[in-house]
Structure formats: C-alpha cells, structure tokens
Design a protein around this ligand. Structure first.
Ligand code: FAD
Length: 295
C-alpha cells in the first residue's frame, strides 16, 4: 500500500506567477493543487487520489481578498475562506444571501480552512455555494501561463466532481455583478443534520420593475438534484414578465421539477428529491419576492 505522506513531491507557491510556473511545468503530470485541504486531504486519506505532486497555493496572500465596488460588484479571491465570506461586512450588506448560506456549511474548522473556490472546484453537486452563485450570475476567472479566461458559474461544473478547469490552470477569482435595484435573493438547503451536505438546495433571484409589480428578471439555481448544480431556465421563464403570485410559483416549481435530474442515494430517492426541490422553490421564491419588495 502506498504511504501518502511520502509519495508526493510538495511544491509550495507564494505568488500567482510561481503557481502558474509550477502548473505549466507539471501540467502533463499527476498533480493536485491544494488550498485549505478540506476536500483534498479526505480524498488522499481514502486513497481515492494519489497525486505525484502537490502544488500548495495557501501561501499566495494576493489571492486572499473579498472586494466590492458599485461598478464591478463583488470579487472573491481564490483563498477567501467560507469563514471570511460569512464574516465580511460588505457581503452582509450587499449579498446577505452569501453570509446566510455559510451559517449551514460544514463545521467552523472546515469553514476556517476551506476556501469557497476550493468548494466549487471540488464540484460536489450538493455543495452550497454554486446555486446562489448561479442565481447571482457569477463567473470565475481561470488563469494559466498562456491565457486568462472567464467561465460562468452555471457552466463551471461539467459533471460529478469535474469542472471546466483544465490541466495547468488555476482559478483566481469569483466575480458577482452588483445587484440591480428592486432585487431580492434567497437560498435554502434541506439536509438531515445542520452542516451536512444538502438533499436539495435552491437559490432564487428576482428583480421587480420600478412599480415593484412585475418580475423583470428571475434566476434560479439548484443543488444536489443532478450531476452538477443546475440553472432552471424553464422555471425562470415562467416568472419573467409576470406579476408574481403563489399560483405562479407553483407553476415555476412544476417547470423546475421537469428540468432537474435527481439521483437516488442512500438518504433519499430521486422522486423524494424532486418533490423536495419543488417545495423548496415555492418557499424560496416567496422569500426572494418579499426581499425584492423591501429592497
Ligand atoms: C466534514 C466536511 C463537511 C462539509 N460540509 C459542506 C457543506 O455542508 N457544504 C458545502 O458546500 N461544502 C461542505 N464541505 C466541503 C468544503 O466546503 C470544502 O472541502 C472546502 O471548501 C474546499 O476548499 P479547500 O480550500 O479546503 O480546497 P482543497 O481541499 O484544498 O481543494 C479542493 C479541490 O479544489 C482544487 N482547488 C482548490 N483551489 C483551487 C484553485 N484556486 N484553482 C484550481 N483548483 C483548486 C484542489 O485541487 C482540489 O481538487 C465539507 C467538507 C468537509 C470536510
């Protein structure tokens, strides 16, 4: 049996440039980036992966930030942890949904070490940040030595535990646009225990017109009901351009349950998750509407 403590070469980087150089040198090798190590260490302990090289980015202080301005919105650096997102005053003020979601993520220890970007790259479809980021129309910056590109939050995960990140690439940042006026956003997850992964989760963003009567934009992200987080475009279409009522939310929930693909697991059947997702959508949309009216 391989001893994981001695079988990889440890390569620390303290600048983005150093990390990109290391990634370029090793892009054809069996390597893994480590940030907070919360998911990676677990996979290595269980020998699900046995990389030959570990590129440690935790020391790159230039990636540890959360910044906001009214023009560009919020920028979350790749080393910002769940805890720093939860505690950030600007996040509480402008994107309270993100601090609220952190209240139900994992344990304090995992949140202190684990980065939001690491959670997204780990790409567990039941993880919490992706549905709200889809609803908020977020994107991620991915850099390599050759180029820098941007991928939307809804296209970032491509399959179970698989993302758009290619060998030699580093995710450097998440960007979230500034929210238009009369916008409300809400997220909830249903899990068996506090801090557990979701059985189903949903985030809804609603923007109302100047009279706060008609929905001018709706974005809906689901988690844990498919091999990736899912944007529910058919459900969004039910809401856009309409006066929002409980009856319409029922129709949106029906549309959404047709576009998600839950999988039967140990905790619940696919049918149960589908039903749960529809129920959550109705509740979450109602709260997003109340927030939009008060915004
Ligand atoms: C007990 C436990 C409970 C949890 N519960 C929840 C929960 O309720 N909800 C939830 O959402 N999450 C949960 N998580 C997941 C947790 O949030 C993630 O493990 C953590 O955020 C990952 O971040 P990290 O910095 O530790 O990443 P690491 O473990 O260091 O890396 C994870 C993956 O991302 C890659 N990676 C990291 N950073 C980059 C980068 N900048 N560019 C490219 N690749 C990168 C790594 O190579 C690796 O593949 C839980 C984890 C644990 C251990």
């Amino acid at each position: 049996m391989k001893a994981i403590t001695t079988d990889f070469e440890y390569l620390p980087a303290v600048t983005v440039g150093e990390a990109l150089d290391l990634l370029s040198q090793h892009k054809d090798d069996d390597y893994k980036i480590i940030a907070g190590g919360q998911s990676l260490n677990t996979m290595m302990k269980h020998r699900l992966i046995t990389p030959e090289y570990i590129i440690d980015i935790k020391g790159i202080s230039e990636l540890d930030y959360i910044k906001y301005n009214d023009k560009d919105g919020l920028r979350i650096g790749a080393l910002a942890t769940h805890s720093s997102l939860e505690r950030s005053e600007i996040v509480k003020e402008k994107y309270s949904i993100l601090s609220e979601l952190e209240e139900n993520v994992a344990s304090v220890e995992t949140k202190n070490w684990g980065t939001v970007v690491g959670d997204l790259v780990n790409a567990d479809p039941a993880a919490d940040p992706a549905p709200p980021l889809i609803a908020l129309d977020a994107s991620l910056t991915i850099a390599s030595k050759e180029e820098t590109r941007t991928v939307s939050a809804e296209e970032f995960a491509v399959d179970f535990f698989e993302t758009a990140v290619q060998p030699g690439e580093l995710v450097t940042e998440i960007q979230i646009p500034a929210l238009p006026k009369n916008t409300g956003v809400y997220f909830t997850k249903y899990s068996q225990l506090h801090g557990d992964y979701a059985l189903a989760s949903v985030a809804v963003l609603l923007t109302l017109d100047d009279k706060k009567e008609t929905c001018v934009n709706a974005r809906i992200g689901f988690g844990a009901v498919g091999s990736t987080p899912i944007r529910a475009v058919n459900a969004e279409a039910v809401l856009k351009g309409q006066k929002l009522t409980d009856e319409l939310f029922v129709k949106a929930a029906e549309a959404a349950t047709g576009e998600i693909s839950p999988i039967t697991g140990i905790e619940a059947s696919a049918d149960y998750k589908r039903e749960l997702a529809g129920t959550l959508l109705k509740r979450v949309a109602k709260e997003a509407l109340a927030r939009a009216k008060n915004a």
